[in-house]
Design a protein around this ligand. Structure first.
Ligand code: NAD
Length: 512
């Protein structure tokens, strides 16, 4: 079946769409769990019935091999939607607060309520996963939603705009297509939550706009995710997993390994192992392979080509480029300095700079001198190195001896820290992102017999009573003299042990 035409949403329609969703949300139809499950099932079938059309659209947008779309997007997305369908009743159940004597009679309860009408802004690189997974979270939370896919994936975005009204309730879930003018108009509206996934540059624009409407925002951004390779690693496994992480979707993955830090003495072995793997992955070259994606747009192709041309490093493998079909060959560059063009921004392409370091300590220093990354990878068989790297750095997520898998692993939140994003999603975390945890109390009249002292006029008796009720007693402070006393006990105990040992030695010597 043909992919429909990409048609941007008329900018003037956007305030009306927002208002219509607000009215539909207030009518309360999103709230019953049965309705949420019905829409989640419809969302699952939207994907399942159209898997081949989505693969076709992504092949058109990203030159993406069908198997890569299956592995990287379809399976995980369907799994997430099904999990929300199975779990929503449990997730949405009100939660009793932990028991506290003073408040127990008021039945303190956390109600899990939908935030309202939410906006999901999506980047180009994994449009299926990054649209439908958060949308499942929004539906499960009981929200109405607008999704705004990327203009850089027109085939996908057009297909989505065609399918959503066929499967989902159009009064509650809408697709707005377009680029800067349409997103700008969307951001002029107030939202009960915005999930923005994309670049740090655009995140600044989104956050500034959201500040004007006081719309809460989760940002899922990117950055340069480092890989630390230790000489103790399983070399072949390391090379296969690292090269796969870098070449999947032609490196256009937010958690792709961006650059490698490797001890100087081990560098050549690692580079050769990666070259061997590239030759196995693409025996006739990546340009001829139907297992290799293309760069999304001429602009990104030109950006990557310029970074490669300006680099002061040495191309150890690859370097081929072809503007006509936006092809960039998997490329390994050695001798890269920290001030090289390849270290100046998130690469978001199949180029792997290798930076030689003295040791793991220097690698950790380099990571810590830069923005906290979205992901950090360490390849080693040495448990001390694993601990040293994990304890000594900060990042959104971290994986030992593999790449990318943290995004799809069940039960793990996915998100950045600092400049790589704030907040997290996937699974229950997406439900939580779009849910307001509303604190409630239900206070019976008789409790004023105990708590009546809060009302004026205040007397000595009521002050004493309220203090007894509300001010907790603290454990006794450990005084300095007490600490000294314990110190003396330890000294005396040690002396006694030493004397006993000496006595035992004397007795033993006399016996001989
Ligand atoms: P982008 O920031 O250019 O675009 C993201 C969205 O913002 C698109 O829908 C686009 O239409 C919109 N947009 C672009 N310019 C805008 C403007 N001036 N005003 C308002 N809206 C605007 O990102 P991209 O190039 O599509 O995606 C790549 C980036 O996304 C990378 O930095 C990558 O690391 C990041 N990313 C992060 C995650 C994550 O989960 N953390 C996932 C995928 C991608």
């Amino acid at each position: 079946m043909a992919v429909p035409d990409y048609v941007p949403t008329p900018v003037d329609d956007i305030p009306t769409i927002r208002a219509e969703l607000g009215a539909a949300f207030r009518a309360g139809t999103t709230k019953p769990i049965a309705n949420r499950r019905e829409q989640l099932l419809a969302l699952a079938y939207l994907l399942k019935d159209n898997i081949d059309r989505f693969k076709e659209a992504l092949a058109s947008d990203l030159g993406r091999p069908a198997l890569e779309t299956d592995v990287l997007e379809v399976g995980g997305t369907l799994h997430e939607i099904k999990d929300a369908y199975d779990s929503v009743a449990r997730w949405a159940r009100p939660q009793r607060a932990p028991f506290a004597l003073n408040y127990a009679a008021m039945r303190p309860t956390i109600r899990k309520e939908p935030k309202g009408v939410v906006l999901i802004i999506v980047p180009f690189n994994y449009p299926l996963l990054l649209t439908l997974e958060p949308l499942a979270g929004a539906i499960a939370a009981g929200c109405a939603a607008v999704v705004k896919p990327s203009e850089l994936t027109p085939a996908f975005s057009a297909l989505l705009a065609d399918l959503v009204p066929q499967y989902l309730d159009p009064a509650l879930y809408r697709v707005v297509n377009g680029a800067v003018p349409e997103t700008t108009k969307l951001l002029e509206q107030p939202w009960d939550h915005i999930l923005f996934t994309g670049s740090a540059r655009v995140a600044r624009i989104v956050l500034a706009a959201a500040a004007r409407t006081l719309s809460p925002v989760t940002t899922e951004l990117g950055g340069k995710s480092p890989v630390i390779v230790d000489a103790s690693c399983d070399l072949r496994t390391t090379a296969r997993r690292l090269v796969w992480g870098k070449t999947a979707n032609a490196g256009q993955t937010c958690v792709a390994p961006d650059y490698v830090l490797v001890p100087r003495a081990f560098q050549d072995k690692l580079v050769q192992a990666c070259i061997d793997v590239l030759k196995e992955f693409y025996p006739d070259g990546a340009a001829e392979s139907d297992s290799y994606s293309r760069i999304v747009s001429p602009g990104h192709h030109a950006r990557l080509s310029a970074l490669l041309e300006k680099s002061g490093g040495t191309t150890a493998y690859g370097g081929g480029k072809r503007a006509e079909d936006k092809f960039i060959e998997p490329t390994i560059v050695t001798g890269v300095g920290l001030d090289d063009s390849l270290m100046s921004e998130e690469l978001f392409g199949p180029v792997l700079p290798i930076i030689a370091v003295e040791d793991i300590n220097e690698a950790i220093q380099i990571v810590n001198a830069r923005d906290h990354p979205l992901a950090l990878y360490v390849f080693t068989q040495d448990s001390r190195v694993k601990k040293q790297v994990l304890d000594g750095t900060q990042s959104g997520g971290a994986v030992v001896n593999d790449c990318l898998l943290q995004v799809t692993a069940d039960g793990l939140p996915f998100g950045g820290i600092g400049p790589s994003g704030s907040g997290s999603h996937t699974g229950k975390y997406s439900f939580d992102m779009f849910t307001h945890t509303r604190s409630t109390l239900d206070n019976p009249s008789w409790l004023d017999l105990v708590m009546g002292g809060r009302f004026p006029p205040f007397t000595d008796k009521s002050t004493r009573m309220m203090r007894a009720l509300l001010v907790p007693s603290l454990p006794a402070r450990k005084s300095k003299s007490a600490a000294n006393r314990w110190g003396s006990y330890w000294v005396m105990l040690s002396l006694a042990c030493a004397a006993a040992a000496y006595g035992a030695k004397l007795i033993a010597e006399r016996k001989q």
